[in-house]
Design a binder for this molecule. Structure first.
Ligand code: SF4
Length: 739
């Protein structure tokens, strides 16, 4: 019936003719079904070979040996020869094949007819036709800007680039953002302003070279377990300082733990800067030669006296002095931060306050130093440079006419295809849907209905769309449950491409397993849709992941992220990954850090001190909501919304099956709570009933819930850093009652 209607529509000219992409469809499917993604079985992937590839979960970018039998991956082990993980892997890496074999893998495109109807399988031909017809229909009724995409840090760089180019240059979209907004947007903005480019300066060797390691808002043991192993390899008996309201696993191992009041980190960092100035621990030579704006910064922090900082952070004056002295007397001090900083209401200024400490003490560019943001997802760094979301491909600027001309020239496309404005951020896209200006949304490899802040509102907002497409490994995610069209995607290990890790290292992933049913690599899906849309000609050169890698090399040339010297996948494979910049032999070396010459990417070559007045937390505890809810990672066996790690029976044993809340025993006694019992937790946004875990990891008046379970984001409040527009997941007010 449906097919008949489609044929009728085609006859009436409503759908693009399929003849042009029928052949490609056959070719893509044949290629995906028939073997390895590059259309051949390379020597390295002989049927019973072992091959190495980087892990597809976190930004550490460990290399895993994949053992094949009769051409299919059967087992994994950690790669001892890779400079990142040195033979180690965390539980997620060891279990990376399990999610591929899950019974709920999406095996065919599925379409939903009518709200609340069941998803029904359709062919790729029909799915592509529906995609084009519905997206075009929305654009015809509401304008080109009425469709948007939400991408991810989980797919390969070549796929991100294809998606961003097809959506913006081919389909005419202006707005597309990624789930990297949820984790790294703050660091991007902070680095761009302070250094002139989004350039995390470090190499993992710095964990081993420091004599003082300062971790702000980072539970490294759990979130980045292999980076933590690199800390443990440090032979300098380092001071390990953790700044975190909660006594995390990392804090328990630290030599100094500063359990400050939630979201008082900016006050603490400004107070430390004042102490360093007072005590004469500033590297004035470095400041004079390589920075700008120090005088203003020094007078800004003058008001952050010991007494004020102690009162606002809850730390003792003696603790502040010890912290400052440890930094001031350290020879090689490295500063690291992650989501505890990035996900805050004044996150960019907090990240920059950390950068300022590194600059003023001259802890930059030398082994064991640096102002180092640790990324989250396996390809967040690829997304930051090549997803065509927040910046034009290769770290270029949509709003810069010269950049648009340059990119158009390199791609051989009409410059008018490139939008001359930046995209709305994720939260603004959600607002656009709520306000009725965005009516069509394409979600790729992310789970908005679970992970977006203030989840109840997010789900209601998605319901307002005229057309929601979800492209994912599974048709069972919370977001797919709301989709009109589900496109089944291949996962890590089922496709070829590159990922870029936290230390800017480009690593390879390879096709070592066949995706189930009709599922296709995201790369192939983008190619098919580009053909179906009628803009396949624009992407003639983009015919394989490695061909796109070559295009990205060209786009990177002359940029700070220049990797034009990487001449292909084989070089990456043989060299143990390559850190950018890599322009050629002058950039040789397995591990390289940035700014050794003190020259930054700003026009005058100097790093900038950025600072601002401290802002009040958007939501404070009250009589009605007397507890401050902290959120974060639960265990090293869980990843984000658990769509993948939840499929592994082994990983399931490493984490509680049900959501839980950590409550201080004093509060537990007052409320009559016992470990293992149930408690109702609610905020102004929603409520959850979860297990109780009484523990002194949180202070009285604070509670903690892990981010991996759907209930947690029912409670969080939709606040955003004003500059990065990153959500402030880390603190909101809640109430508790025994059930
Ligand atoms: Fe994979 Fe990250 Fe675990 Fe390494 S630490 S094995 S990259 S999840």
């Amino acid at each position: 019936m449906i097919r008949k209607r489609r044929l009728l529509d085609r006859v009436r000219g409503k759908l693009p003719p399929v003849r042009s992409w029928d052949g490609l469809l056959t070719g893509e499917l044949a290629q995906e079904r028939g073997g390895f993604g590059l259309g051949r079985v390379p020597e390295r992937l002989r049927p019973d070979a072992t091959t190495a590839m980087v892990c597809g979960y976190c930004s550490t970018g460990c290399s895993l040996n994949v053992h094949l039998r009769e051409g299919e991956a059967v087992n994994l082990s950690a790669d001892g020869g890779y400079p990142v993980n040195l033979g180690m892997a965390c539980p997620k890496g060891w279990e990376a094949l399990a999610p591929l074999r899950a019974p709920d893998r999406a095996r065919a495109p599925m379409v939903r007819y009518g709200r609340g109807g069941d998803l029904r399988e359709v062919s790729w031909e029909e799915a592509a036709g529906i995609f084009c017809e519905r997206m075009r229909g929305v654009q015809a009724r509401h304008g080109k800007e009425s469709v948007a995409f939400l991408s991810t840090g989980q797919i390969c760089t070549e796929e991100m680039a294809y998606l961003g180019a097809f959506a913006k240059f081919g389909m005419g979209m202006v707005h597309g953002d990624g789930n990297t907004r949820q984790c790294m947007a703050t660091s991007v903005r902070a680095y761009k302003e302070s250094f002139g480019f989004d350039a995390p300066p470090y190499t993992y060797g710095d964990f081993e070279e420091s004599d003082v390691i300062v971790l702000v808002g980072s539970n490294l043991c759990i979130a980045h377990p292999i980076m933590w192993q690199r800390v443990l390899r440090n032979g300098h008996d380092p001071e390990i300082i953790v700044v975190d309201p909660r006594k995390t696993e990392t804090a328990m191992e630290a030599t100094q733990h500063y359990a400050l009041a939630p979201k008082s980190d900016l006050v603490l960092l400004y107070g430390l800067a004042r102490l360093l100035i007072e005590e004469g621990w500033v590297d004035e030579g470095y400041v004079a030669r390589h920075t700008e704006g120090y005088e203003g910064f020094a007078s800004h922090v003058a008001e952050f006296t010991r007494e004020r900082v102690a009162a606002e952070t809850g730390l003792a004056v003696g603790e502040l002095e010890r912290f400052a002295r440890t930094i001031g007397e350290g020879e090689r001090v490295s500063f690291w931060w992650t989501m505890g900083v990035n996900q805050g209401h004044e996150a960019v200024r907090t990240a920059q306050a950390i950068i300022n400490l590194a600059l003023m003490t001259g802890n930059m560019g030398r082994p064991g130093t640096g102002a180092n943001s640790i990324t989250g997802q396996c390809n967040a760094m690829g997304s930051r440079l090549f997803s065509n979301t927040t910046n034009l491909l290769g770290g270029h600027d949509f709003e810069d006419a010269e950049d648009r001309e340059k990119v158009a020239g390199l791609l051989g496309i009409d410059v008018d295809c490139i939008p001359d404005q930046n995209s709305l951020a994720y939260d603004q896209i959600m607002d656009g849907i709520e306000g009725g200006t965005i009516k069509g949304l394409w979600v790729i490899a992310t789970n908005t209905a679970h992970s977006w802040i203030n989840q109840g509102r997010a789900r209601r907002v998605l319901e307002k769309l005229d057309f929601l497409v979800v492209q994912d490994l599974y048709g069972t995610t919370e977001t797919a449950a709301q989709a009109d069209l589900v496109l089944p995607a291949a996962g890590w290990g089922e496709k070829d491409g590159t990922l870029i890790n936290s230390e800017r290292r480009i690593g390879l992933v390879k096709k070592v397993s066949r995706a189930p049913g009709e599922a296709l690599a995201d790369f192939s899906i983008f190619r098919l849709l580009a053909e179906a849309w009628g803009c396949g000609e624009m992407f003639r050169e983009w015919d394989s992941p490695e061909a796109v890698f070559g295009i990205l090399r060209r786009l990177s040339e002359g940029q700070p992220c220049d990797f034009s010297g990487v001449d292909g996948y084989e070089m990456i494979d043989e060299s143990g990954g390559v850190q950018w910049p890599y322009r050629g032999e002058e950039d040789e070396g397995k591990e390289r850090r940035l700014f050794g010459d003190g020259v930054y990417h700003r026009e005058n070559g100097r790093a900038l001190f950025c600072y601002e007045a401290v802002r009040e937390m958007p939501e404070l505890v009250s009589e009605a909501f007397p507890f401050m809810l902290l959120t974060g990672r639960g265990t090293s066996g869980q990843w984000h919304t658990q769509t993948r790690t939840g499929k592994s029976a082994v990983l399931a044993k490493t984490a509680p099956r049900e959501n839980y809340v950590e409550v201080n025993p004093e509060d537990g006694e007052r409320l009559g709570l016992a470990t293992g019992g149930r408690v109702r937790v609610w905020s102004e946004r929603g409520e959850a009933v979860v297990r109780v875990f009484l523990t002194a990891t949180v202070r009285p008046g604070q509670v903690f819930m892990p981010m991996h379970y759907a209930e947690t984001n029912r409670l969080t409040r939709g606040e955003f850093d004003p500059y990065s527009r990153q959500p402030s997941y880390k603190a909101c007010a809640v109430a508790l009652k025994k059930t």
